[in-house]
Design a protein around this ligand. Structure first.
Ligand code: NCD
Length: 333
């Protein structure tokens, strides 16, 4: 039996904040919505220390020795999965990786049975990615001892991506307060857009979503954003332009006349990139479809921080794991 999972707008969570200040209490990282500015800032401050640890000749600390972190990915991933695994290893945790294609899910095992089997082995954290919104909340309710981290649930949220994006902007610009950030592309199907809008606006940035009407959510009610359909008009005043991939695997109908037309209107081409100010940052969560949402050479321009986002992702995830599971070991930082 496969567990049915609905897509709640505001799923209920047992642990609203991210903090290790209550030893013995299980904590989760499920959404940016639950973190608020204080939770985000707490994590960004701690990330500075893990960035410093990452520069050491041996970038490893014993903070999570004896803990086990499992990655449970029901959807494809390159950077998020590897980044969490590297973060856990740098904290000296043991890691296990679950792959749907080689697991008993293929033999018809339900999500709940899979999760309970894994937890029975005595693990401390489950990093979960699933195509259905709300799955991390379900897992948090099914498990008793393990912390749950949302590594992307359907179109809903991707909190650690938003945290690493905030960290990267803060590293380059000092603060997000008052910055103009344009998020461009397939907003409708993007969990990154949802988490980024919440995180960027919580830290004081002004966000504009730029997309054709078919790639916007049916309602933007409650989204703290401006909307534009004209990329050229938005670029000159942007501090950050954040491109998104067209999530064609989530499109059940034809939402675009053609890829070529999309690129012609919404792609960050070389000509359009010239409209950006000197200090403007170019960002993308990856995977990049070069030549579609962003020209190949623009993705490699000096003001593109796409690789830096990936690098910071490891430190941000170290901070998240440490806050959730931290054993009180002195990090020597
Ligand atoms: C994104 C995702 O999976 O949500 N990638 C990521 O985690 N870095 C965006 C995407 O797939 O386009």
């Amino acid at each position: 039996m496969t567990a049915a999972v609905s897509a709640p707008e505001k799923p209920e969570t047992k642990a609203p904040r991210l903090s290790n200040t209550r030893p013995g209490t299980r904590q989760h990282l499920l959404s940016v919505a639950n973190l608020g500015p204080d939770g985000i800032n707490e994590l960004l401050r701690l990330t500075d220390m893990f960035v410093e640890i990452g520069r050491r000749p041996i970038p490893r600390v014993p903070a999570l020795r004896g803990k086990t972190v499992v990655s449970l990915f029901f959807e494809e991933s390159t950077r998020t999965r590897l980044s969490f695994e590297m973060a856990a290893k740098r904290l000296s945790a043991d890691t296990m990786s679950f792959s749907v294609s080689t697991s008993s899910v293929k033999k018809g095992e339900s999500l709940r049975d899979t999760v309970e089997t894994i937890e029975a082995m005595g693990i401390d954290a489950i990093v979960v990615r699933h195509s259905a919104a709300g799955v991390p909340w379900q897992i948090a309710n099914w498990t008793e001892g393990a912390s749950v981290i949302n590594a992307g649930d359907g179109w809903h949220e991707h909190p650690t991506q938003a945290l690493l994006d905030c960290y990267t902007i803060r590293q380059q610009r000092g603060s997000l307060e008052g910055l103009q950030i344009a998020i461009v592309g397939d907003i409708r199907h993007s969990r990154v857009a949802r988490s980024d809008v919440l995180a960027f606006s919580a830290l004081g940035a002004r966000v504009t979503v730029v997309a054709p009407p078919t790639l916007l959510p049916p309602s933007l009610h409650g989204w703290p954003v401006e909307v534009s359909h004209h990329l050229e008009a938005v670029l000159p005043s942007c501090d950050v332009v954040y491109l998104l991939r067209l999530q064609r695997e989530r499109m059940t109908e034809a939402l675009l006349p053609s890829l070529r037309e999309y690129t012609a209107t919404y792609g960050l081409t070389r000509q359009r990139a010239r409209l950006l100010g000197d200090r403007a940052l170019i960002m993308h969560p990856g995977p990049v479809n070069r030549g579609v949402e962003i020209a190949a050479e623009v993705a490699d321009q000096p003001n593109s921080v796409i690789t830096r986002q990936v690098r910071n992702g490891v430190a941000v995830r170290m901070a998240a794991l440490y806050l959730l599971l931290g054993s009180g070991v002195d990090l020597g930082a």
